[in-house]
Design a protein around this ligand. Structure first.
Ligand SMILES: Nc1ncnc2c1ncn2[C@@H]1O[C@H](COP(=O)(O)OP(=O)(O)OP(=O)(O)O)[C@@H](O)[C@H]1O
Length: 312
């Protein structure tokens, strides 16, 4: 690996005519973890990635890969592996031919090409024309291209797109192993569920800027807000005892309470002291999807951006 495993985006602004695509986008992608880049359609994810790769120019702000602008990198594939538009291929070229051509431009040999073909599982079709490839095969070919230069930084736009369930698991494992090797990995998706199990860290964007930059575990804990489920045949009596101890709660089902303001151990102690029977006291853990919805509910501007029209 050459270069430093970091992407730094600072104050990016970009307009397309009247449409504001980026409105002060700033974040850092750090090494050793998979960072999910998530937000609704039109939030500015692809534009940010294009600016980082020097394919679009920002009106303001800077984007650095390993501390340098992408355009100043001499052999960029050795610094950053990117997957933007998997459809952008020469249809008449074979998968291997495409990779050989790319490798050549970066001073890499055929051996490396065959290694990445093997790694992405395209060996049996490597000599077939890429024009006839399914979307899933194109994604794999795009990922092979990203891997070619063994770079410290990866940036993949919707890599799960078009993959079957086996392919989705494969890409999650690949992303996690790249991060475990100390690389910086940024992966975008407009679906939080696609990032569950893959991302350690999240940059949530809406309307061209960052809404949240948070660890996945922290986000789930914060969204769970210390709520505890209590199952008891005497919910009214339990509520009264817990309220006197400073908790707030509601009966969510016949024998089930949702309690906040007291940790599980205190709830058990209070119910025991008042001889209220219970069969379960369990801290609630929301799913990543629920945490994301909770987060975006609080972000008023983000609400306005959930329809593309609002962004324009
Ligand atoms: N070439 C372009 N010309 C005009 N408008 C553009 C162009 N590229 C992006 N935009 C607009 O900029 C905004 C941000 O788009 P962008 O594609 O970056 O969002 P995104 O978060 O990647 O969305 P998606 O999940 O749909 O890929 C949108 O309003 C989009 O319509």
């Amino acid at each position: 690996m050459s270069g430093e495993a970091i992407i730094e985006v600072t104050g990016l602004r970009k307009r397309f005519g009247p449409a504001v695509a980026l409105d002060g986008m700033s974040f850092t992608v750090r090494p050793g973890r998979v960072t999910g880049f998530v937000g609704p359609n039109g939030a500015g994810k692809s534009t940010t990635m294009r600016v980082v790769l020097g394919l679009d120019a920002a009106d303001e702000g800077t984007a650095l890969v390993g501390g340098r602008p992408y355009r100043s990198l001499r052999e960029p594939l050795r610094h950053v592996g990117a997957l933007l538009d998997a459809a952008a291929l020469q249809p008449g070229r074979s998968a291997r031919g495409h990779l050989l051509w790319l490798a050549h431009s970066q001073g890499l040999g055929a051996r490396r090409v065959d290694e990445v073909i093997e790694q992405v599982g395209l060996r049996s079709v490597a000599r077939r024309k890429a024009g006839g490839f399914s979307l899933g095969m194109r994604q794999r070919l795009g990922i092979a291209a990203a891997l070619l230069g063994d770079p410290p930084v990866f940036m993949l736009d919707e890599p799960v797109n078009g993959l079957d369930p086996e392919g989705i698991i494969w890409i999650r494992d690949l992303l996690r192993s790249l991060a475990a090797q100390g690389r910086a990995v940024l992966v975008s998706s407009h679906l939080m569920s696609e990032l569950q199990g893959a991302a350690d860290h999240l940059i949530v964007v809406g309307r061209g800027r960052v809404i949240a930059d948070t660890g996945v575990a922290d986000l789930i804990t914060a969204a769970s807000r210390g709520r505890v489920t209590v199952r008891t045949p005497e919910p009214e009596r339990a509520m009264r005892a817990l309220a006197r101890a400073g908790a707030a709660g509601t009966v969510t089902e016949g024998d089930e309470l949702t309690v906040s303001g007291l940790p599980g151990e205190r709830i058990v102690a209070v119910l025991t002291a008042h001889a209220v029977p219970f069969s379960e006291v369990m801290a609630q853990r929301v799913t990543l999807e629920e945490a994301y919805l909770e987060l975006t509910r609080d972000a008023v501007e983000f609400h306005a951006a959930t329809g593309r029209e609002a962004v324009r």
